[in-house]
Design a protein around this ligand. Structure first.
Ligand code: HEM
Length: 516
């Protein structure tokens, strides 16, 4: 049978038109009809919230509220930070309460700042049945890939089973020497900078760099300053974080990635380069494993692993440790120094505690000495309450969840506002925004009226796997810093906490240091 050229063209055009119409239908359903159905379903289920507009959801609304509350600084300096860091949530809470739905583009998010609701919901779902918002999994692919923070279901069980033992306190013991060496380097640099007089130093910048140095050494076993690959990994990971979180982005909005093509390509390129560098480090380690290097996290993972994790997954775990581990810990120390600079009485009490313990332990900083730092632990808990470095926790419902007679439909993302709960007077009392480490003297939950109201490391089976490493690093760094310097607030400090994945001081933390 013969088909003329014009007939063939007609068939191709008709096929293309059909394909185009099909695509329009799919896109319209996925990005318009389906979100409207979900919105109506959530409304019928009893959840209120601001009205979304297609295609931005409530993003424009959030920007407008931020613009109205455009105070870069909190003056006078108080710890009442929630309405500053998340003005839209604090404003919506007034209208819709502590649980409501808002939209990032075409993605519904259930906002939760109600500890009892969270308790009831987490009772219904075991750890491996929780999802992580797919919209963030895609957006942060270059940072976390299939690392523990993002994996779900049986994959999460497999990863957690391999990763968790590496963070056992027994394995962390050899890392003490690394932490002492890196911190001492910073102390020496500060001492020579001060030259026995007092001066202002941006402690945030240097503490983040030191924590990066510690994590590179504890994860990858890097021993020399000049290890080119590790330095490159560190630089590129920081650049990736800036690219992803220091820009106006439209997460959840259809084609949102293409609103800023340059940044999207930059993130993709950095992600690929980091993967290649880490891959070469891991392959080198696998080809000549030495006993010396087994005590770092990568060595422990390789030991535990057999072939349970693929090479790709090992690379992603290393990236996850780096991101999950260095800035959060550095920020917990940074915010503590701000609080101690504001509260000289507590600074002196911690210094006394350190001196007494060092005297009792022959001036050696070891695990036994660190475990005696009781007041320091209260201060750490209180700093993590007022300034939680991970200011929110996210989940996604993989199936319908019934809570207090309400149905959270499958696919709903959840945004648990840790900052809001940590500052809630209904949970902590009228002094919720005050620095009072003594809250933790007799109660590990700081006297919070609900045990789900204090979540610096998350909750349930997915709670932070690296917290023991953080406790050790926090105590070592503060012990060395408080033994060598006194800290006062610099007049150049501008109090402006902001969320850039973590909760950070926007303008750094300049403090006046005086060598002791
Ligand atoms: C002050 C320091 C830290 C804070 C505030 C912090 C906070 C958190 C939070 C809030 C979560 C989410 C938990 C959840 O979803 O319920 C988490 C998970 C995680 N953290 Fe941390 N973290 C810290 C230090 C570290 C360190 C040092 C590492 C590793 C080197 C680390 C690795 C991880 C990993 C791998 C997960 C995922 C756990 C899972 O989903 O099973 N974190 N962390």
């Amino acid at each position: 049978m013969e088909v003329s050229v014009s007939g063939l063209c007609g068939i191709v055009v008709a096929a293309l038109a059909l394909f185009f119409m099909l695509m329009v239908l799919i896109v319209t359903y996925a990005w318009w009809i389906s979100p409207i159905q979900t919105h109506n379903k959530l409304k019928r289920c009893g959840f209120g919230g601001p009205t979304p507009c297609f295609p931005l959801g409530n993003i424009q609304h959030m920007k407008n509220i931020r613009a109205i509350n455009n105070n870069d600084l909190i003056t006078p300096l108080t710890h009442d930070i929630h309405s500053h860091v998340s003005p839209y949530f604090s404003s919506w809470q007034k209208s819709f309460g502590k649980v409501f739905v808002y939209w990032l583009g075409t993605e519904p998010f259930l906002y939760i700042a109600d500890a009892e609701f969270l308790k009831k919901m987490s009772k219904e779902v075991e750890a491996k049945r929780w999802g992580k918002p797919s919209v963030f999994r895609d957006d942060r692919e270059a940072m976390f890939g299939t690392g523990l923070v993002m994996v779900e279901g049986n994959d999460w069980v497999r990863h957690r089973h391999i990763v968790a033992p590496a963070f056992n306190p027994i394995h962390l013991k050899p890392m003490l020497t690394i932490m002492l060496a890196s911190t001492n380097k910073m102390v020496q640099a500060w001492l020579s900078q001060l030259n026995s007089a007092s001066a202002t130093i941006d402690v945030e910048r240097d503490i983040v760099a030191t924590a990066g140095d510690i994590i590179a050494r504890t994860i990858l076993g890097i021993m020399d300053d000049d290890d080119h690959n590790a330095t490159q990994v560190f630089r590129k990971l920081r650049a990736l974080q800036m690219t992803l979180f220091n820009t106006n982005r439209y997460v959840g909005v259809p084609f949102g990635k293409y609103f800023n093509v340059k940044k999207t390509l930059e993130a993709y390129k950095l992600g690929k380069e980091i993967d290649e560098l880490l891959l070469s480090i891991i392959q080198a380690r696998m080809s000549h494993r030495s006993s010396k290097s087994k005590s770092d996290l990568l060595g422990l993972l390789l030991q535990e692993n057999g072939d349970a994790l693929t090479m790709r997954e090992l690379v992603d775990e290393c990236k996850t440790f780096f991101f999950g581990g260095h800035e959060t810990t550095a920020l917990s120390i940074t915010w503590t120094l701000l609080l101690l600079a504001m509260h000289q009485d507590w600074q002196n009490q911690l210094r006394d505690e350190i001196q007494q313990l060092l005297a009792r332990h022959n001036h050696v900083i070891d695990l036994a000495m660190l475990s005696g730092l009781t007041k320091m632990k209260w201060v750490m808990n209180e700093a993590l309450r007022l300034y939680p470095p991970s200011p929110n926790v996210q989940r996604q419902a993989r199936e319908d969840i019934e809570v207090k007679g309400l149905i959270v439909p499958k696919g709903t993302n959840m945004w648990i506002d840790v900052v809001a709960m940590h500052h809630d007077p209904e949970l902590w009392g009228e002094d919720a925004n005050e620095f009072k480490p003594e809250r933790f003297m007799e109660d590990v939950n700081g006297g919070c009226k609900h045990k789900m109201g204090y979540l610096p490391f998350g909750f349930g089976g997915r709670m932070c796997v690296g917290r023991n490493l953080t406790f050790m690093e926090y105590k070592i760094v503060l012990t060395l810093l408080l033994s060598n310097f006194s800290f006062n607030i610099s007049p150049t400090y501008h109090h402006s906490p902001s969320i850039m994945l973590s909760l950070r001081p926007t303008h750094g933390l300049p403090l006046i240091l005086q060598p002791l």
